[in-house]
Design a protein around this ligand. Structure first.
Ligand SMILES: NC(=O)c1ccc[n+]([C@@H]2O[C@H](COP(=O)([O-])OP(=O)(O)OC[C@H]3O[C@@H](n4cnc5c(N)ncnc54)[C@H](OP(=O)(O)O)[C@@H]3O)[C@@H](O)[C@H]2O)c1
Length: 325
């Protein structure tokens, strides 16, 4: 099969289309023939040599795919060759074939095409696990997501809106904020021009956010803690602004607030299985009913994965960028 390999970490040109052996499904795995693969910020980090695949994972990049089941390993029930699926991966999505534990496979939701379903598994699993399973966002609470127009952000806005939360976003342009507004965000902050703490306080009578989903890490830590409401939960999932910063525990203590940081890729298989089962139970019906939809910016053939990375890094996109075979 053909896969994108990374012979030497580096800029986008480090991604090389290569002939490699077909993977064989181990017991409990299905093999999927890729129809589309999601491009994620984590793939850029892996390409640069900063985010090695966890032990046992495919060395090729790619954390989510859609496609057709092509072979099944021993002991797999419920899926057979020809089924149209999408899946959460620990790696290997940038390839014509990928093997994945059956617990990380989902049906293509009603109303979504096979080609679009690759935009869902990683973002939905990340948002559902962090915002709802970990931070327990509730109806009527205020939710702030940084990078509202990102792949993660566009899904987080929709899911928070669906549970009846009030949604605040940051983004870097008026166009991106407008898309966030159309998706359901109410409090819109252009991070290049405005201070999100001030704007959030003004919009919540001084209360702040009950839950914050953060992609910036160190750069926003102090301001995120400032922006938290009493009993607030800050969940850091990205380190685009660095990993090390000072944390004022006194402020956390007074607010009875929590700071949590997670990585989905590094979670053990049983936790991924729990998350995927919860996504199927809680989010798939919302997608099937047409209430929540993937936001797709564009597509590139696998052979042009480097172009896809350049576009993601230039940050002109809104929503997801996908690869096709
Ligand atoms: N821990 C996990 O398990 C996990 C899983 C998936 C994703 N993530 C993380 O989630 C984040 C989003 O991932 P993605 O794949 O959806 O990436 P993406 O589409 O490339 O989005 C990156 C976002 O960062 C925003 N950004 C840049 N500078 C900012 C600033 N100063 N303030 C606020 N936002 C800023 C960009 O906004 P503009 O374009 O408006 O500048 C863009 O929306 C990444 O940090 C990724 O690593 C973590």
């Amino acid at each position: 099969m053909k896969a994108i390999t990374i012979p030497q970490p580096g800029d986008a040109s480090a991604l090389v289309l290569t002939d490699v052996p077909d993977p064989l499904p181990a017991p409990g795995e299905v093999r999927i023939r890729m129809a589309a693969a999601g491009v994620n910020r984590a793939d850029v980090m892996q390409r640069m040599g900063f985010y090695a695949p966890p032990p046992g994972a495919s060395e090729y990049p790619g954390l989510e795919v859609s496609g057709t089941v092509d072979a099944v390993g021993d002991g797999v029930d419920g899926w057979s060759a020809g089924d149209e699926v999408c899946a959460l991966l620990s790696g290997g999505g940038y390839a014509e074939l990928v093997c994945v534990p059956v617990e990380q496979v989902l049906p293509v939701p009603t109303g979504v095409s096979l080609a679009d379903a690759a935009a869902l598994p990683e973002v939905v699993s990340t948002v559902w696990s962090n915002v709802f399973m970990t931070a327990n966002l509730l109806p009527g609470q205020t939710f702030l997501v940084h990078g509202g127009s990102s792949g993660i952000g566009t899904m987080a806005i929709q899911l928070a809106r669906e549970v009846g939360a009030r949604v605040a976003v940051t983004a870097g342009s008026a166009d991106k904020l407008e898309v966030c507004r159309e998706l359901g965000a109410e409090i819109l902050v252009n991070y290049r021009e405005q201070d999100f703490v001030e704007k959030l306080r003004a919009a919540t009578a001084g209360a702040g956010a009950d839950v914050i989903l953060d992609n910036m890490g160190a750069k926003y830590l102090a301001r995120n803690v400032d922006a938290l409401a009493p009993n607030g939960r800050l969940v850091v999932i990205g380190l685009q602004g660095g990993a090390k910063a000072e944390l004022d525990l006194g402020q956390l203590l007074r607010k009875r607030a929590a700071v949590i940081a997670t990585s989905l890729r590094a979670r053990p298989a049983d936790e991924k299985a729990t998350i995927v089962a919860a996504v199927r139970e809680h989010v798939w019906p919302l997608i099937g009913a047409g209430r929540v939809q993937p936001v797709i910016h564009g597509r590139y053939p696998l052979a042009q994965a480097a172009e896809a990375h350049r576009e993601l890094e230039a940050s002109g996109h809104i929503g997801k960028i996908l690869l096709t075979p």
